[in-house]
Design a binder for this molecule. Structure first.
Ligand code: NAD
Length: 255
């Protein structure tokens, strides 16, 4: 896979310390993109150092809580100081908390909406401001989920599903408002092996088999399965593509 126009550009990845965010940051770094990782986890600085060592690109990192716009603005300012204005954004910070809708506590509901929807919005805002002010182009890629359009079973995760549906409509709203300078797209992955899903599989080994039985591809995805689509969305090869949520789920939502 080679997207030559990406070399020398700069990306910010929220939720970049591990999982899908880290994997996509690696994919960008392999194309010569300088990457800034933002995360709650202190290990984010090690993750950024590893990418610099493996790919020879410039990296930066900052601690952030995406639910706090002050923290988000400070983190974007820090990485702007280190790497300049970013023209690629990936919002991978996200959480899920399972529970029955009739019983879920208000603070639990709010937490999921706060990270997945509000955190995504604050991050896109901090990304967009300097680009819009300078009249520069950029590409934002929001990590949504197939759960924004189908209800996964057997788990109960209404807050997660609702938050991701909202991310899809945020994507179209920002794409229209910020065109033509910025393109805003989302990807909606199916089941991907990461810490997020492993916590449930480890607790209930039958769960993976149940999920996989409904996936035409016959397996859960790996974070690297998302590389090609995200590189395409970041690259000028998709310059007329904006306002879309592209599902990448091994066929799960096709049946
Ligand atoms: P993960 O738990 O491995 O990674 C999520 C990252 O987000 C972690 O590094 C975490 O520290 C960070 N984060 C959480 N809350 C944060 C906050 N308030 N501020 C800053 N950082 C925060 O999970 P993952 O599977 O890599 O998930 C990445 C994204 O992909 C999420 O948005 C998730 O909803 C989405 N997604 C995952 C799957 C899947 O099956 N794993 C499927 C579809 C979509």
């Amino acid at each position: 896979m080679n997207f030559p126009d990406l070399a020398g550009r700069t990306a910010v990845i929220t939720g970049g310390a591990r999982g899908i965010g880290y994997s996509l940051a690696s994919a960008l770094a392999r194309q010569g993109v300088n990457v800034a990782l933002l995360d709650l986890l202190p290990e984010v600085s090690d993750s950024a150092a590893r990418l610099a060592g493996e790919h020879g690109v410039q990296t930066a990192s900052a601690l952030v809580d995406v639910t706090d716009p002050v923290s988000v603005d400070a983190a974007f300012a820090d990485v702007r100081e280190a790497l300049g204005v970013a023209d690629i954004l990936i919002t991978a910070a996200g959480i899920t908390i399972w529970g029955d809708a009739a019983e879920v506590a208000p603070e639990t509901w709010r937490k999921v909406i706060d990270v997945n929807l509000n955190g995504t919005f604050f991050s896109t805002q901090a990304f967009a401001r300097p680009l819009l002010a300078e009249g520069r182009e950029g590409s934002a890629i929001l990590i949504s989920s197939m759960s924004g359009r189908v209800v996964n079973v057997p788990q109960h995760q209404a807050s997660y599903n609702a938050s991701k549906a909202a991310v899809d409509q945020l994507t179209t709203s920002l794409a229209v408002e910020w065109a033509p300078a910025l393109r805003v797209n989302a990807i909606a992955p199916g089941y991907i092996l990461s810490d997020m899903t492993r916590q449930f599989i480890d607790a209930n080994p039958d769960l993976a088999a149940q999920w996989i039985s409904a996936i035409p591809a016959g397996r859960m995805g790996e974070p690297a399965d998302l590389d090609g689509l995200v590189l395409l969305l970041a690259s000028s090869a998709s310059s007329y593509l904006t306002g879309q949520t592209l599902v990448i789920d091994g066929g799960y939502t096709a049946i």
